[in-house]
Design a protein around this ligand. Structure first.
Ligand code: NAP
Length: 244
């Protein structure tokens, strides 16, 4: 029986690469996303080409009832969730002086409350199974802060605190909870940056380049594997050395 992974926000970018990487490693996949996307059928086919199953679990992670519903659907489909990757995330960058209350709240709701909503619905199944891995996608800005991202940095710092607290709560049930903190990764989220800013960023990174989604997916795969069975409550930076 294959292991099952639920990846939130897996329709593109880092989440998509994480889903494809688990598929290549023999996991059955549940792909969560929120907005309609023409590419989704192609992603399903690409996942199934690895002789694994793909279930599409549509739903807004910031909506508790929607999470309750799609987690239930995944359990009905596969009977279990071995690995949860809380990846869905958004930005609404601007300086605090200009930030609207709703821009702050929406980012917290999707990134941080969304992580709570999905985890809260998945954890009873992991506790019953006395086994599970939860990997949360934080960010280096949740550790170091970043001008123009008070909302996003607060959400990611919150995810780090959530990760460590939950890791302590469920360690005795053989559930391991970790976070990864990517630096600048090439996806639609960072495509909005101007070319000269991207070049400046690359220069400030010791390894001299932005990361790609596979750089993140490789570490997430490791944190779900037997090789990481003595690691919990940690935050692993994937940032080309930016934050050392
Ligand atoms: P992306 O390309 O913008 O993809 C975001 C994904 O999240 C999409 O699949 C999107 O699907 C989904 N999503 C957004 N809101 C959602 C909601 N309410 N419910 C369910 N799914 C939702 O972003 P990315 O760069 O891959 O980022 C993925 C994660 O890595 C995020 O948590 C981000 O904060 C984190 N991260 C990224 C970077 C970076 O440099 N790119 C750095 C550090 C951390 P829909 O459009 O269907 O909603």
């Amino acid at each position: 029986m294959n292991k099952v992974v639920l990846v939130t926000g897996a329709s593109r970018g880092i989440g998509k690469q994480i889903a494809l990487t688990f598929a290549k490693n023999g996991y059955d996949i549940a792909v969560n996303y929120n907005k309609e996307n023409e590419e989704l059928e192609n992603l399903k086919k690409e996942i199934e080409q690895n002789n694994v199953k793909c279930f599409i679990a549509k739903g807004d992670v910031s909506n508790y009832e929607a999470c309750e519903k799609f987690v239930k659907e995944v359990i009905e489909e596969y009977g279990k969730i071995d690995v949860l990757v809380n990846n869905a995330g958004i930005t609404k960058d601007t300086l605090l002086m200009r930030m609207k209350k709703e821009d702050f709240e929406t980012v917290i709701d999707v990134n941080l409350v969304g992580t709570f909503n999905v985890t809260k619905n998945v954890i009873p199944y992991m506790i019953k199974a006395r086994s599970g891995r939860i990997i949360n996608i934080a960010s280096v800005v949740g550790i170091a802060g970043n001008a123009g991202q008070t909302n996003y940095s607060a959400s990611k710092a919150g995810i780090i605190g959530f990760t460590k607290s939950l890791a302590k709560e469920v360690a005795s049930r053989n559930i391991l909870v970790n976070a990864v903190a990517p630096g600048f990764i090439q996806t639609q989220m960072t495509d909005v940056l101007k070319e000269d800013i991207k070049e400046e960023i690359a220069k400030s990174i010791p390894l001299g380049r932005m990361g790609n989604p596979q750089d993140v997916a490789n570490v997430v795969k490791f944190l779900a594997s037997e090789e990481s069975s003595y690691i919990t409550g940690q935050v692993i930076n994937i940032d080309g050395g930016m934050l050392m």
